[in-house]
Design a protein around this ligand. Structure first.
Ligand SMILES: NC(=O)C[C@H](N)C(=O)O
Length: 364
């Protein structure tokens, strides 16, 4: 994994910051667990941590974050993690929490998802999103969907209201209309920054593959709730100047997300074609099934992707006990984790800031 020395960058404005020197952005194993059965989950048996649950970990995309977006990215992921954590603390499900967090990130124009999505070669917005429930292995996804503000919510409806796993393009739009989801003006999803980068990449001497790393910004979340149920969600505008109709990893189960109460959950970001070639999310969970920790498995999966298909990216990972990891081999990845009434976040490798959630709530 890329080792970046501790950044001189100041943490984003806000109370109660401290910079830790902990370069291991993941939790350690814990003591004191019990086994429990949820009234909602039938036969799902889970090991529940007394101290590490609930937990949510979010990311705002791997790649290079422009300097002017660095603080906004950290603020965005911290707020999303915090909002998801409040859901969990209030007893809502892991699925509620990841959808809440990803919805906020989609609404934030700093990220490449929902509002702020990158543009296709033709200058249009086509988005992919997925959710997965680790108790039942139910999943829902949409791909190449247009003119809706929150694709992650549509993905959840695909999971809950249809017998399918993925709806695409016009079929997904028709389903959104059937579900009463309002259509938004495409312009409202497009930022000046996205349009500027689209124009730059239309020029004949542009290198769109290289510039992918300039704004990846896909968003995602993984969570374990108080019942020990696990869920994940991922949402993206895709790759800069991608072909119309391109379906990336985000809409594909096992690639752009996977959650299983027995093992953990993964939400990745990075070059979608590389992620799909090695089915990154499921691969990382496979390593965890073999006994690797969340951090070890994340590093092994990312190293394999780099070695085998020269793909860069990042992941957030949780296991059923609430151990988590945020790992990446790109230059940056905005991430945040909320656990034990603290939010940890960072942007460069080895960087970790911490805020106290209760103290912040008392001050606001
Ligand atoms: N920003 C990203 O992570 C891109 C996304 N994985 C895709 O290829 O569509």
């Amino acid at each position: 994994m890329m080792e970046v020395t501790e950044s001189a960058r100041a943490p984003h404005p806000g109370p109660a910051h401290r910079l830790t020197s902990n370069s291991d952005v993941s939790t350690t194993a814990l003591k004191g667990q019990r086994c429990a059965t949820s009234p909602h989950s039938g036969s799902c048996l889970r090991w529940i941590s007394m101290s590490l649950l609930p937990v949510i970990v979010v990311h705002g995309g791997a790649g290079y974050v422009p300097r002017k977006h660095a603080d906004l990215s950290c603020k965005g992921v911290s707020e999303a993690a915090r909002a998801g954590y409040v859901c969990l603390r209030d007893g809502l499900s892991a699925m509620d929490a990841v959808v809440k967090a990803v919805t906020l990130l989609e609404d934030n124009p700093v990220f490449n998802a929902g509002r702020g999505s990158v543009l296709t070669h033709k200058g249009t917005v086509e988005m992919d999103a997925i959710v997965m429930d680790g108790c039942t292995l139910s999943s829902g996804a949409v791909s190449a969907v247009k003119r809706i503000a929150n694709p992650v919510q549509l993905a959840r409806l695909v999971m809950e209201k249809t017998s399918h796993l993925c709806l695409t393009a016009e079929g997904a739009s028709q389903f959104a209309r059937d579900m009463g989801i309002p259509e938004v003006d495409e312009e409202s999803l497009i930022t000046d920054y996205s349009r500027m980068r689209w124009r730059q990449n239309l020029s004949p001497d542009a290198n769109p593959v290289e510039s992918q790393m300039g704004k990846m910004g896909t968003v995602g979340a993984v969570a374990v709730d108080l019942q020990g149920n696990i869920a994940c969600a991922t949402s993206t505008g895709g790759l800069i100047n991608q072909m119309e109709g391109r379906v990336g990893d985000t809409a594909c189960i096992g690639c752009g997300a996977y959650a299983d109460n027995k093992v953990g959950a993964v939400s990745p970001t990075g070059h979608g074609e590389a992620i799909m070639k090695i089915t990154l999310s499921r691969l990382i969970l496979f390593y965890m099934e073999q006994g690797k920790s969340a951090k070890e498995a994340a590093d092994l999966g990312l190293a394999y992707m780099l070695d085998r298909v020269q793909g860069l990216g990042g992941v957030v990972v949780v296991d059923p006990k609430g151990n988590w990891a945020a790992r990446f081999n790109s230059l940056q990845m905005a991430w945040a984790a909320a656990q034990g009434d603290e939010v940890h976040y960072g942007l460069y490798a080895g960087e970790r800031f911490t805020q106290d959630i209760q103290q912040d709530e008392a001050q606001s």
